[in-house]
Design a protein around this ligand. Structure first.
Ligand code: CMX
Ligand code: CO
Length: 140
């Protein structure tokens, strides 16, 4: 069902500081920046690989407020890996298939994600403790 790993999301206290760190360490380029009010984040995507149908990225996430998902995570666990996002050809279809297996969907419908993707989250407690995101890349 999964085509690829789309991105790894990293919770950061200071987005600019972590962009500088990841760019320097791994020679990655920032290919998109966005404020996503619905998700409560200011974020940057750093490209690892390009591919038809969607590449793979590191997603750096700074919370817009302490009571957002990333804000709460930082308070509880500190900076680090926040979620893993899998690329799927059709996010609504993937949500329905996985939901039928008893996994709790955190979104009733696909939401707007980075670079005009469509996204949805699965409850970490039903996925071995891993917050999981499904991503349908925008058509190029
Ligand atoms: N990874 C793994 N486990 C996590 C987690 C994470 N990122 N966030 C929370 N949990 C665990 C908590 O540790 C907690 O476990 P315990 O009960 O054993 O302590 C449990 O899940 C419930 O967590 P909580 O703190 O009570 O609940 P929250 O209100 O923080 O909600 C979650 C957690 C996952 C439902 C919420 O963060 C959410 O809906 N996330 C989806 C949206 C999101 O993360 N958006 C930001 C990224 C946007 C993007 O990628 O574009
Ligand atoms: Co993400």
């Amino acid at each position: 069902m999964f085509m690829r790993i789309d991105h790894i999301g990293i919770a950061c206290n200071d987005l600019e500081e972590k962009i500088a760190l990841f760019s320097e360490l791994f020679e990655l380029e920032v290919v998109a920046r966005e404020v996503n009010e619905e998700q409560g984040v200011k974020e940057a995507m750093l490209r690892i690989a390009d591919a038809d149908g969607g590449g793979s990225y590191i997603q750096l996430l700074e919370p817009l407020s302490p009571d957002s998902p990333v804000g709460k995570f930082l308070a509880k666990r500190g900076e680090g890996v926040h979620h893993v996002a899998f690329g799927v050809p059709d996010v609504a279809e993937a949500m329905s298939k996985i939901g039928d297996k008893g996994v709790r969907l955190l979104d009733e419908r696909p939401r707007h994600g980075s670079m005009d993707s469509k996204i949805a989250f699965l409850h970490p407690k039903d996925v071995g403790g891993m917050l999981t995101e499904l991503v349908q890349a925008a058509k190029s």
